[in-house]
Design a protein around this ligand. Sequence first.
Ligand code: ATP
Length: 253
Amino acid sequence: ESMVQTKWAGRQVVYYEETDSTNIRAKDAGEKGGEHGSLFVAERQVAGKGRRGRGWESPAGTSIYMTLLLRPTFLPVKAPQLTLLMAVAVVEAIRQVTGLTGGIKWPNDVVFNGKKLCGILTEMSTEIGFINYVVIGVGINVNQETFPEEIKDKATSLKLETGAGIRRGELIAAVMERFEAYYETFLKTEDLSAVRARYNRLLVNRGQEVKVLEPDNEYEARAVGINDTGELIVRTKDAEKTIYAGEVSVRGV
Ligand code: ATP
């Protein structure tokens, strides 16, 4: 039934011609006993989601909007690291299918020449301190040729960058295959040690000045790279700090 050569990731696909958001569909399935590895794919989202309540532009027929449902046995604190695992899987899958090498903007964006090709949104549900389910949403701009005014300077697509149309099914399969392999290693190490070096090589912020925006503080620092738990290590004149995704926002690609 599926063209994906995996043991569990994306073996079962739930397809929507149109839906609110694939993350919402995956979470709903998570609540109702949906299986680990189920993949929710939509041709179009009418309420595509980004981080912190932002939206994800999701026109019909041109892109990939998909969410993977997982039922991990590790502790909730580890779940955000899956976003970084997925980012590596996406960059490598894009390179395999199109030859284009994107970069990663910590923690969750895949970019090319400073423009966003893909966004990743991880959400989870816990019960009595354990993970009930995790969903990882991936939006990849594949064959779009234009973007709305508000994002046209910061968004791009594989079609715009390579000039070629890309078969979405092939790219989805490649992402699932790589993610599954990395996830299985992650279950053993319970950290990002196996992909940290790859992630850091792809990190566009690496060695660059970034502006760290904390809720009540703002400072400039040089990004060093991620550590084994996915925090960004930054160096200021007199100190080294680690920053967590979600708590702060980092500017400057
Ligand atoms: P930022 O891009 O400001 O650093 P972020 O990484 O938190 O924020 P995400 O939640 O990953 O952003 O994505 C949401 C944002 O991405 C939106 O606010 C919008 O600016 C931009 N965006 C929305 N749709 C697309 C798209 N299809 N392609 C690229 N960028 C998009």
